[in-house]
Design a protein around this ligand. Structure first.
Ligand SMILES: [Zn+2]
Length: 170
């Protein structure tokens, strides 16, 4: 089992109605992303997580650790270069990322905390690669998004604590 330390957030830069399996590229059997959040907030899961994705190739200095082996790729269907994601989709994506971070023990660190390069964390694709992904509007909303991710992560942690299954609250 690979060790997941990062979650990379993408937009598909394409048709907002696309389904995850529409995105499989020629010569591949799996979609590039691990998860797709559709326009209406529905979540689709692709390959089993032990199979590496094909969603990120870091080319910014210092971000080499964030790659397909070390990360989960979560994409939102649509292009947020010209308009923001619909609210339901934005919320569902934050909830998914929060739950994944909790499940795989990805540190709740983001782009304001550069120790995430070493320790792990949650990043928009453009942080590690010279790309517009996940779009100007999403990038402008990143701090709001990360705030919501933290909220959903804490919700998972409270649920686990209430269920007595190894709560991590101190
Ligand atoms: Zn991307």
């Amino acid at each position: 089992m690979r060790r997941i330390r990062y979650i990379v957030v993408h937009h598909t830069a394409g048709n907002p109605k696309a389904r995850l399996w529409d995105l499989v590229k020629r010569g591949s059997v799996w979609p590039p992303y691990d998860f797709l959040v559709r326009e209406d907030g529905t979540v689709e899961k692709g390959r089993p997580l032990w199979v590496w994705g094909a969603h990120v190739r870091p080319d910014r200095p210092g971000w080499e650790h964030v790659n397909n082996r070390t990360s989960i790729g979560v994409a939102l269907a649509g292009n947020f270069e010209d308009s923001p994601p619909p609210e339901a989709q934005f919320e569902a994506a934050a909830s998914l990322v929060g739950q994944l971070a909790y499940k795989y023990k990805v540190p709740l660190k983001s782009i304001d905390d550069l120790s995430l390069r070493r320790d792990g964390g949650i990043v928009p694709h453009r942080q590690v690669t010279r790309t517009k992904c996940p779009g100007l509007f999403f990038a402008a909303m990143w701090r709001v998004f990360f705030g919501k991710v933290k909220y959903y992560y804490n919700l998972e942690s409270k649920k686990a604590f209430a269920a007595g299954s190894g709560g991590i609250e101190t």
